[in-house]
Design a protein around this ligand. Structure first.
Ligand code: ZN
Length: 246
């Protein structure tokens, strides 16, 4: 019973944070102020009132259209909100009420936002990696007995990617991706970040091959979304995957 109540709480909290992620996704790439300006219709500029700002429900209630100009509202809003809610529920179900749960939820939200931004702009804003690095430092301080796990995690995958970056003269992997794997490595420890990277390689290869076959996608690909999926899998099933392998 308590699990269901807490699960619903995590889901709703995730949806609310998800609506903030939508603001970040839209405004960060165009350098629009993320706090000062009131949320508005992207077509007519009509400022949204409180009942048009309720995550998920407003979109359904308004039928996906602006109340003022009837322009279609991007399905990105409910998708990001719903996805972030599901992410929070699954992390809670996997980890319970722990320090890890809160840190992983915040990290997963950053991953969701940076994935969409990198998918569109080919760049991960530095702020996301700094944010995840801070989460990693909090993890280190709250679990000092295992400090070496986290410190090795900081370098485990990132140094390898740095070497690839060096050998390919920067064409293989971007700096944003390397920093992402360093920051999440500090947060998760070296075993999980290696699991995350292997998963990302598998998912990335499969999806990219499908995309090349289906839509003739170019060779240039944003790695952030694949790395993020791998990291998320390692957050939920990292321990099981490591012990299964060993
Ligand atoms: Zn409008």
């Amino acid at each position: 019973m308590i699990t269901i109540v807490l699960g619903i709480f995590f889901g709703l909290y995730g949806v609310v944070i998800g609506s903030f992620l939508n603001v970040l996704i839209l405004r960060l790439p165009i350098k629009e102020n993320i706090t000062m300006k009131r949320s508005h219709c992207m077509t007519c500029g009509h400022a949204l009132s409180w009942y048009e700002l309720i995550p998920l429900f407003s979109y359904l209630f308004l039928g996906g259209k602006c109340r003022h100009c009837k322009a279609h509202i991007s399905a990105q809003y409910p998708i990001i909100e719903g996805a972030n809610g599901l992410i929070y529920v699954s992390i809670f179900l996997a980890k319970g009420i722990t320090v890890e749960t809160f840190l992983y939820c915040l990290c997963a939200s950053a991953l969701l936002a940076l994935s969409v931004i990198e998918w569109r702009t080919q760049e991960i804003p530095l702020g996301f990696n700094i944010f995840i690095l801070i989460l990693g430092l909090v993890r280190l301080v709250t679990d000092l007995g295992n400090w070496s796990q986290y410190v090795i995690g900081l370098f485990a995958v990132s140094v390898f990617l740095l070497l690839i970056n060096f050998v390919t003269k920067g064409r293989g992997i971007g700096h944003g991706d390397i920093k992402l794997m360093a920051a999440t490595g500090l947060l998760m420890g070296w075993k999980r970040i290696i699991v995350a990277f292997i998963m990302a390689c598998i998912i990335g290869t499969v999806i990219h091959l499908i995309r090349m076959a289906v839509e003739k996608a170019g060779r240039k690909l944003a790695l952030g979304p694949y790395l993020s999926m791998g990291i998320f899998i390692a957050m939920i099933w990292g321990e099981q995957l490591v012990s299964w392998y060993l």
